[in-house]
Design a protein around this ligand. Sequence first.
Ligand code: XBP
Length: 255
Amino acid sequence: MNPLQALIFDVDGTLAETERDGHRVAFNQTFAAAGLPWQWSVATYGDLLEITGGKERIRYFIERDQPPLTDAADVESLIRTLHQAKTQRYREIVQQGQISLRPGVARLIQAARQAGVRLAIATTSHLDNAIALLETTLGQESPAWFEVIAAGDIVPRKKPAPDIYTYVLDRLGLPPQHCVAIEDTEQGLQAARGAGLPVVITVNDYTRHQNFTGADLVMSHLGEPDQPHQVLSGPLGPEPYFTLETAIALVAQRP
Ligand code: XBP
């Protein structure tokens, strides 16, 4: 039996750099359209990313920066309304083709499909966002390549809780030691590790300073044959880019 049975991908920041030019822009457009004077700069958004989940992020921002609003009875409905509008705007941004996959993502997904390694998604973001990104970047049929797409509120506790990964493993019917999670954040690492998964990290501008202790491999990105990656910690693979063979070696070396 292949020791590697499945790859489980995070979405935002891992498949594509969606946060700064996608989600952040969609939040700001939504606030402006609602007549709210809130605008999240690139730096402010970096701080807010500590809170996973868009609704949770808006709630945290209101409680931290807009305390008069916290007494309003309808804060929860404001958050819900804003988040629905933001999801729609984010989808439009993605569908306009403004966001592309990170290096090596499409290559690794195709290699997994060819090798019969199963695919799944574990994201904190809304399901519609994940589907829009897959369809726009990998083709209309691509969501069906993923046996499980676990997203948003499907579990009550978001990352760094392990729940979303535990949910995916249950649905796949696989033990964690035969899968690899691919993440970009410390919260994602904690969630995947909490579920017992080996974890590969591809850092980005928002996350490269985070603590990735416990990750099996930390890289600049997955890399391509003509776009080698940098391994920041963990074993060097045979190629200057992340391959299925590297993932198999990571899984095989686990006790
Ligand atoms: C990233 C998130 C999400 C997005 C916004 O999720 O934390 O909240 O920033 O999406 P992941 P929503 O890294 O797990 O993909 O507004 O739909 O929550």
